[in-house]
Ligand binder design. Structure first.
Ligand SMILES: [Ca+2]
Ligand SMILES: [Ca+2]
Length: 241
C-alpha cells in the first residue's frame, strides 16, 4: 500500500488561492483611497512645516521696537503678506484672515488638493511697530478651536491662540483657490465655522472646529500655535524678553 503524499490536489490549490485572494483584498485599500490618504498625510506635514516656518519668521523679523512679530495673511494672492498702508496693521479688526503668505515663508503654494492654506492671526502678534512680548494678552479676542460647531455640546480643544492654520481638505469648500477666488462655501455647520467670516453664532468669527474626518460632512485639517509655544521658542532663541 502506498499513500499519495505528493503535494496538494488541484481542489486544495484552488481553495488556497481563493483564501489568499480574499486576504489580499481585505488588506489592500483601493488606489483612490490610498491616494487620498497620501494627500491627507502630505497636507498634515505641510501644516506642521508651516507652523515651524511661522516660528522661524518671528525669530528673524524684528518690529520697530525690536520685538518679534508674525506675518499678516496674504489677501491679494501673491503669497506675500498684506498690510493696511496707513497703519501697517493686518486689518482694522482684532485679527486678520486670508491665505498663508507662502512666498514670504518659502513654503508650497497650495495644499495637496490645490487650494491655499487658510491663515488667521491676532493683529497684536503681527504688528510691525509694536512686536509681541511675554506680556502680550492671549485671552481677549483670542482664537479658539472647538470639537464641534454645536454651541450646546461643543468642547474646547484649544483656546487663547494667537494663530490658526488650516486646510479646507479634499472638498476645498470655503478655500481660496490658486486664481485668488473663493471656492463654494461649505454646506455643513462644522466646515462653515472654518470658512472666512461665516460663523453662525459669533460676530467676531474667532473660532474654528477640528475633529476627525466624517464622510460628506467634514474633511478640514486645523492646526494652531499656542502662545506658550511661541513665547517659549522666542525666549529659547534669545528674541524675548
Ligand atoms: Ca499679498
Ligand atoms: Ca472641507
Amino acid at each position: 500500500m502506498k499513500r499519495d503524499t505528493g503535494g496538494f490536489t488541484l481542489v486544495e490549490l484552488a481553495v488556497a488561492l481563493v483564501i489568499v485572494t480574499l486576504l489580499l483584498g481585505g488588506l489592500l485599500m483601493p488606489l483612490s483611497a490610498q491616494m487620498e490618504q497620501k494627500n491627507y498625510n502630505d497636507t498634515r506635514q505641510q501644516l506642521a512645516e508651516a507652523r515651524e516656518a511661522l516660528l522661524g519668521y518671528a525669530m528673524t523679523h524684528a518690529a520697530a521696537d525690536g520685538k518679534p512679530y508674525l506675518p499678516c495673511p496674504d489677501i491679494n494672492n501673491d503669497g506675500k503678506e498684506d498690510r493696511i498702508a496707513a497703519t501697517l496693521k493686518c486689518s482694522a479688526a482684532n485679527s486678520a484672515e486670508g491665505a498663508l503668505p507662502w512666498s514670504d515663508l518659502g513654503l508650497q503654494a497650495t495644499d495637496a488638493w490645490g487650494n491655499r492654506l487658510h491663515y488667521r492671526v491676532l493683529n497684536r502678534f503681527a504688528d510691525v511697530n509694536t512686536g509681541f512680548s511675554l506680556s502680550t494678552p492671549t485671552s481677549s479676542n483670542a482664537l479658539t478651536v472647538y470639537d464641534s460647531s454645536d454651541s450646546g455640546t461643543r468642547k474646547t480643544v484649544a483656546t487663547g491662540l494667537p494663530l490658526v492654520l488650516l486646510s479646507h481638505g479634499p472638498n476645498g469648500f470655503g478655500a481660496l483657490n490658486v486664481s485668488g477666488g473663493l471656492n463654494a462655501a461649505p454646506t455643513t455647520a462644522d466646515e462653515l465655522a472654518n470658512a472666512d467670516g461665516s460663523d453662525a453664532d459669533s460676530s467676531n468669527d474667532d473660532w474654528f472646529v477640528m475633529h476627525a474626518p466624517v464622510q460628506n460632512d467634514f474633511d478640514d485639517i486645523v492646526v494652531w500655535l499656542p502662545a506658550a509655544v511661541l513665547f517659549n521658542r522666542m525666549v529659547t532663541a534669545g528674541k524675548l524678553p
